[in-house]
Structures are given as C-alpha cells and as structure tokens.
Ligand binder design. Sequence first.
Ligand code: SIN
Length: 305
Amino acid sequence: MFVPPDAIWTVKHMTDAILTVRDMKIISTGGGLGAEIQGLDLRDIDDRAFAMIHRAWLDNLVLLFRAQHLNPLDLIAFSRRFGALDLPPIQESGRRFVEGIPELYVVSNVLKDGEPIGSLGSGEASWHTDMSYLEQPPMASMLYAVEVPPSGGDTEFINMYSLYETIPEDLKGQIEKLRIKHDATYNSGGYLRQGVQPVDDPRVSPGVFHPLVCTHPETGRKCLYLGRRRNAYIEGLSLAESEALLDQLWSFTSRGELTWRNIWSVGDLVLWDNRCTMHRRDAFDPSGRRILYRTQIRGTARPAA
Ligand code: SIN
C-alpha cells in the first residue's frame, strides 16, 4: 500500500502529541494554590500540551515544572506561547537590558566585576504583583532557577481569589467601588526605581490607580488587587482612613492557608497568574549565589472591576 509521506508525518505527529499529553501529570501542591506539572520538557511542547498547561494555569494560578534544561532563548520561546512579552523594569544598577535578550529580567545577588548582574539582592522581597504600577500590567510571569543558595530565598505565593472570599460581606460592600494606587517608586526589595525621586507620601507618589476588587478577564472570578503595601493609597480617602483600611485588608495576607511556597532547586520553572496572585521572597545568606531568570507576559486588558 502506498502511504504518502505527509500522512506518515501526520500519524507520527499525532502519536507524539498523545504521548506528550498522556505523560503529563498535574499534582496539586496541597497549599492555598499551585500545582506541579510532571512529565514535560518545556523545550518541546505541542499545541495540545500547551492547551492543557494553559487550563491548569488558570485553574491552579501557579505552576511548577521541575528539572527543566532551559537556556534564556528556550525560556523566551516557552513564555511567548502565552503571548507577547513585556520588557522588564530597569535594574537597580541602571542597566536596562541583558545584551541581546531585552525581555529577560535577571533576579540575582551575584556581582560581576563589582556590579550586580541582576536585581533584588539577597534581602527579603515583600508581597507584590509584578509591574502593577503600569496601566496594563503583565498577565503572567515566570521564574527559572539557574543557581540557588543552599537555603533561603524561597518564593511564596498567595491566592487573591481566596483572600477576597475570606473578607466579611460588609467589608466587601465597603471596598467594591474603590480604587487603589499601585506605587511606582520602590520595587519589592525596597530599592528606588530608576529615574524616580524618593517619596513616601502615597498621595503624591507616582503610580497608577486600579480597582481594588478586580474581575479576572478569563475566569470571571473576583479577586482583591492590592499590588504592594508601600505607598499604596485608596482614592478619595484621607491618608489616615486609607492607611487604616489598607492595614485591615493586608491583615488577610497573613493567612497561611491561602499560600504556597517554592523551595527552589536548579531547573525549576514557576509560572504564575499575575492577575490573581501576589508573591514575596525570603531573604537568604548573601554569600550564597542565586540567579533566576524572569519573563513577563503582556496583559491583554487593564485590570477591571
Ligand atoms: C520576583 O519578585 O519576581 C522575584 C522573586 C524571587 O526572587 O524569588
């Protein structure tokens, strides 16, 4: 029987796709959010596997893929499956881009010739949503571990859908129509952003207002959209009223059952939905080397109520 060469290709392609998807396992972290996906090499993802990753990401908010072997271009290629990429913030050193790979953000405490190769040092990074000081913040971010210290530097995530659901109904009613300023002065490590004057009055600091309660554009679920605590300000309130309401809302972030943390190993890739999570990082011993690569996937819509 004559079998045309393209038919052979099609059968092989379908078999590969079925194998890829059959080998993929989604295992919940057991925490407040997140799942580990096993059985995939992210350098080689077909459309069916990608569709399942995308669904799992919307359902679990954070995905962990262990033991990956990605160079920066592999990371960029996998990130682009989700959409166009945003350029990262300028590093604290003033360096704009990694030469030749402008979409890559390096998170690191490592110095080369006395200069930091990346951002955020070795201190704690406080709870935040990436780049929410933009009108249209990234919808997702990924971090890929290249070098990790022996201990410390864990990254913790919090489920902002669940956090919203734990808020008492009267408080939900009070905040429903409010907007909050997402500060553009300081990054999560407390470093001043490039080209910005230090300012600690949230009423006048640079930033963008977004609704305090947002509806996720893909899942339709409501979440609290806090961004970051420093220099946050609730529109229309006095400073004292704004601070009191923010402290009340931020007190819900201490609920451990809403969180999950990744204790990094080299080769881990963590992908999160930036629209319905926040994350923070533990400090670590500055003598340990930590290098992670991050990408940011451009948002498709402004955060909306
Ligand atoms: C980040 O906030 O993007 C970096 C978090 C980390 O260093 O784990």
